[in-house]
Design a protein around this ligand. Structure first.
Ligand code: APR
Ligand code: PHB
Length: 408
């Protein structure tokens, strides 16, 4: 099998890249080791920066997002039983974010890809990347019990943190910068209207908590007579800081709601609405950057090259930034014959990535309680939060980073 760009992985990075290349008239093949249902149902974050929203729209993949997604103009910081709202448009010259789940973006992009004729191969596992230093890199892969080889001009490793692409960069040329955290997030989806209309990031002596949401799901009424009346189900997405290595099943539903209520407690009359929990999982937290993001004709994008802790909601947005940068660089090369943007790919992406690493680390450190935290650490966290709540400079810094830096 032969193509211009071999894409490993059909997460948001690989799927969006295939779309961007298709729109630019460049052919590609996407290899995805899992099946379609798995990719479409894997629960991930759901906050899109303004720049990500703009890219999806321009790629012709924003129609359902614009219909169902929720525009958010701020977040709430909650600490010491007080509440502080950060107003994004007022602080950033009009920028906002969109709440729209990553799974929905994947569904939209998969549908578009299959409509335009693919190729998108589910159940196709890339085994390695070979010959990245030469002109014709190859990806041997296993598909339907047979082994085959994808021959390409370029390979883009969009295969996530556990993929094979990163391993093709020789160890002598690789540098890894990494931090693991002694805590994780226990995340739940619950069939209950969110208790606040914006996200709430709470710092508490018992640990961090986050209130988020998914756009309401509209379903047809099960009874024939009232089928014309659609039912709107509201979905809350909530997270609790838990020790690293926690098993989600250790937590009973009532225990989760009690702990959330404690950590979100305010001095005013705000209350947390409870409802049936439909999904429970634990996300480990890690900061990770692999440099460089390019080796010869192999390019790394998204989680294959970098991970941020989810506190800043940056993971998906960084993946989008990488593939936009690659698609622009390849289009430039096709149009002008100059490889200057391809050569600059790693450095261009890493500038933005390190800003997001910095922001995600700072948000994590400000809001989580480490197991060995002292009273001094607690006082510093509160001082940081009070500085944001009372001074425009620190608050603007947060709002700019949260809504995202420009892709240009
Ligand atoms: N062959 C083919 N596919 C593979 C292989 C392989 N050897 N290894 C991994 N994959 C697939 C995975 O099954 C997965 O579907 O690559 C895909 C990688 O997708 P993601 O992990 O979603 O990574 P990415 O597209 O970079 O998206 C980044 O994911 O972790 C979140 O917060 C992060 O939102 C961000 C986003
Ligand atoms: C989510 O809704 O899943 C979410 C929101 C904000 C974050 C992380 C996750 O910072």
């Amino acid at each position: 099998m032969r193509t211009t760009v071999g894409i490993i992985g059909a997460g948001p990075a690989g799927l969006l890249l295939a779309r961007l290349l298709h729109n630019a008239g460049i052919d590609s093949v996407v290899l995805e080791s899992r099946d379609r249902a798995y990719v479409e149902h894997r629960q991930r974050a759901g906050i899109l920066e303004q720049g990500t929203v703009d890219v999806l729209r321009a790629a012709g993949a924003g129609e359902r997002m614009d219909r169902e997604g929720l525009r958010h103009d701020g977040i709430e910081l909650r600490f010491a039983r007080t509440r502080h709202r950060v107003d994004f448009p007022a602080l950033t010259g009009g920028r906002s974010v969109m709440v729209y789940a990553q799974t929905e973006i994947c569904k939209d992009l998969i549908a578009l890809r299959l409509e335009e004729g693919g190729p998108l191969l589910f159940g196709a596992e890339a085994l390695a990347v070979e010959g990245a230093e030469g002109d014709r890199p190859r990806v041997p892969f296993r598909y339907g019990g047979r082994e085959d080889v994808l021959e390409c001009d370029y390979v883009v490793g969009c295969d996530g943190f556990w993929g094979v692409a990163r391993k093709a960069v020789p160890a002598a040329l690789s540098r890894v910068f990494e931090r693991t955290y002694p805590f994780a997030w226990l995340g739940v989806l619950a069939d209950v209207p969110p208790s606040h209309d914006e996200l709430v990031y709470a710092r508490h002596d018992r640990g961090f908590a986050l209130l988020s949401m998914r756009p309401p799901v509209t379903r047809r009424h099960p009874s024939e007579e009232v089928a014309a009346l659609p039912i709107k189900s509201f979905v809350s997405r909530l997270y609790l800081q838990v020790p690293a290595g926690t098993d989600a099943q250790e937590w009973g539903d009532a225990e989760i709601w009690d702990e959330l209520a404690r950590r979100f407690e305010t001095a005013d009359d705000w209350t947390l609405s409870r409802g049936p929990i439909t999904q429970k999982s634990v996300t480990p937290m890690r900061s990770f950057v692999h440099e460089p993001m390019r080796h010869g004709r192999l390019f790394l994008a998204g989680d294959a090259a970098h991970i941020v802790p989810p506190t800043g909601a940056k993971g998906l947005n960084l993946a989008v930034g990488d593939v936009v940068t690659f698609a622009r660089a390849l289009t430039h090369e096709r149009r002008t014959g100059s490889a200057e943007l391809l050569d600059a790919y790693s450095a261009t992406c890493l500038r933005r990535i390190w800003q997001a690493e910095r922001f995600s680390y700072d948000m994590t450190a400000m809001l989580h309680r480490a197991p060995d935290a002292t009273g001094f650490d607690d006082r510093l966290q509160l001082a940081r939060l009070r500085r944001i709540a009372s001074g425009r400079a620190a608050e603007t810094d947060l709002a700019e980073a949260y809504t995202g830096f420009s892709l240009d």
